[in-house]
Design a protein around this ligand. Structure first.
Ligand code: GDP
Ligand code: MG
Length: 162
């Protein structure tokens, strides 16, 4: 079977928008309502002749309760059953304590991690992306899921990790 990439991060950072870039289609549900992707959803992707599966997840919030806690549990399961994990952070927000918590779980998981800093829509936001080296998850890759900026570099990094 094709290797699997789990896409995780807080609600509304742009995971589903980025997933659509990675798969080159519009299948993942993008909405302004935080945490709208409740279930994990698998999509086939192809880049430079290599197939892989992208698993979109709902927003990860370790402090959550109720439905949001269920969504978080699903994201953790997706992460634990994948070959590599793509963590998405919102450049305009930066690292919150949720990102710190996610980073801790990921370092323990021993999974290869790719760090995408999303919503870098223009050059000015590049500095916000560089600040995310502090998470200790390797090089922050600046992308804009909305405009497609950086998506080739991101896909190359994904292939290297899988
Ligand atoms: P998810 O909850 O992490 O899956 O986030 P979504 O993909 O549903 O996106 C949440 C909101 O962020 C939507 O309004 C998107 O249009 C917006 N968004 C996603 N990517 C970008 C981006 O690169 N730049 C900007 N400016 N907005 C984005
Ligand atoms: Mg989503």
């Amino acid at each position: 079977p094709a290797p699997t990439l789990a896409v995780v991060g807080r609600p509304n950072v742009g995971k589903s928008t980025l997933v659509n870039r990675l798969i080159g289609r519009r299948e993942a549900v993008v909405q302004d309502v935080p945490g709208v992707t409740r279930d994990r959803v698998s999509h086939d992707a192809l880049w430079r002749g290599r197939r892989f599966t992208v698993v979109d997840t709902g927003g990860w919030d370790p402090m959550a309760s109720g439905l949001q806690a269920e969504v978080t549990a699903q994201a953790e399961r997706a992460m634990q059953t994948s070959d590599a994990v793509l963590v998405v952070v919102d450049a305009s927000v930066g690292a919150t304590e949720t990102e710190d918590a996610i980073a801790k779980v990921l370092r323990r998981s021993k999974r290869p991690v790719i760090l995408a800093v999303n919503k870098v829509d223009d050059e000015r936001a590049e500095a916000d992306a560089a600040a995310l080296w502090s998470l200790g998850l390797g090089e922050p890759i600046a992308v804009s899921g909305l405009h497609g900026r950086g998506s080739g570099d991101l896909l190359d990094a994904v292939l290297e990790a899988l």
